[in-house]
Structure formats: C-alpha cells, structure tokens
Write a protein that binds this ligand. Sequence first.
Ligand code: ADP
Ligand code: MG
Length: 231
Amino acid sequence: MLSISDIHVSYDGSRILRGVTLDVPERSLVCLMGRNGVGKTTTLKSIIGLVKNDSGVVKLAGDDLGSLLPDERARRGIGYVPQGRDIFPHLTVWENLKLSLVIHGAKTNGQVDRVLDLFPILKEFLQRKGGLLSGGQQQQLAIARALLTNPKVLLLDEPTEGIQPNIIDQISETLLKIKKEGTLSILLVEQYLDFCLSVGDSFYIMDRGAIVASGPVAHLNNDLVKQHLTV
Ligand SMILES: Nc1ncnc2c1ncn2[C@@H]1O[C@H](COP(=O)(O)OP(=O)(O)O)[C@@H](O)[C@H]1O
Ligand SMILES: [Mg+2]
C-alpha cells in the first residue's frame, strides 16, 4: 500500500535519513522503532511531504507522490497524527473534528458516526474544549480526526508518549479494532516495545538515519532490543 525507497533527507546540510526503505502492506500494522533522534519522525514527515527529500521515492498504492504537497498527499489517502498530538485546545472536540472535515473538503458519509463508535469517550465529550481533555483523550481525538478523512494509510507518531498505562490499553484496543475493520494500513512510530508487540504485524528498527533490522514482530528478540532500543 505504502512503500518508500532509499529516502535521503538533510537538515542544514547534515544527513538525517540515509537511504530509508520500508513497506507497509495492505491492511497491516507496521511498527517503526528506534531510540530518540534516529530519524523516525523525519521518516513520517518525508512520507507526508513536510520535509524535502534529497532523493528517494514515496509511493502510495503504486503512485509516486514525489511531486505532491502535503495537503495533496493527504487527499490521496495519507492520514497523519503528529508527535505531540497537536489538537486545537480552544476548540471543542466536535469543532476539532468538524474542522478536519472542512480542511479536507471531505464528505461525512457516516464517517463521523463510525469514528465516534471507535472512541466512545469522545462522543461523551463532544462539547468539551480539546485542551481540557487528558493526554490520552487528546491522543484519541487526534487519531479520530485523522480517521475522519478515511485514509488508506495512517501515520501515527508515538501515540503512547506521556500517556497513562490504562489509556495506552484503550489506544491499543482501538488500533486492533481498526485493523479488524480491514480498510486501513498503519505505520506506527513507537518506542514502547509491549505496545508494538500487542498491535504490530511487522517491525523496522532505525538507527542513525537508516533501517538496521526488520521482520515480523514475533522476531523482536532481546538482542535486537538491547542493541537498538534500550538506552
Ligand atoms: N527541523 C529540524 N532541523 C534540524 N535538525 C532536526 C530537525 N528536526 C529533527 N532534527 C534532527 O534530526 C534527527 C532526527 O530527528 P527525528 O526524526 O525527530 O528523530 P526521532 O523521531 O527518531 O526521535 C535528530 O538528530 C534531530 O535533532
Ligand atoms: Mg520523533
């Protein structure tokens, strides 16, 4: 569904990504793992078009997205939930959702109901200001907002960061539900190993701007974790 090959990205002349290649097959959930600063967020930004690639190819369902701006890539079917969530704190939950539909010029077509069914807590808090939600609820709002536009691929950047364990479980349950619906492929950036093990199908591990290991999540072993994930 999504494939990127040999992506190189630099910031101010220094190389951040050095030939990143990865595939997100249809209907699968792929975890992109690695320590802080290795280039995970930059990889997602290069897929959605928020950073310029020095070279490399980004393809969605076989189409080269290289010449498209971020909003055009979003319209082609890439949903993006940035690290740190980035919801509008002064707008209500409902306004946050509504705004996403307006920005993307999307028709609702029952999407709102479907998405609210996935996140019952949001349904309860539709009139509450985004900024008054807990971190976990804001994360759910950010994911819901991305799902509203009915993407083919969802890019999620560290959804568990700074979130309480019981809410992490809710988020993993939601991802498993979305997976079961079978309409979406997900690329999940995640440092929390247990979360990857519970929701992921396959993994890639990055180190210093390159992919250093990959495989089905069942192959994530102690050696790999020690070598590339723990500090
Ligand atoms: N806007 C930027 N300008 C300059 N350097 C950046 C910028 N964003 C990230 N970097 C650097 O790029 C590297 C990779 O960052 P990032 O992709 O955010 O890593 P990760 O998400 O794996 O923690 C880091 O060394 C970081 O300091
Ligand atoms: Mg990051």
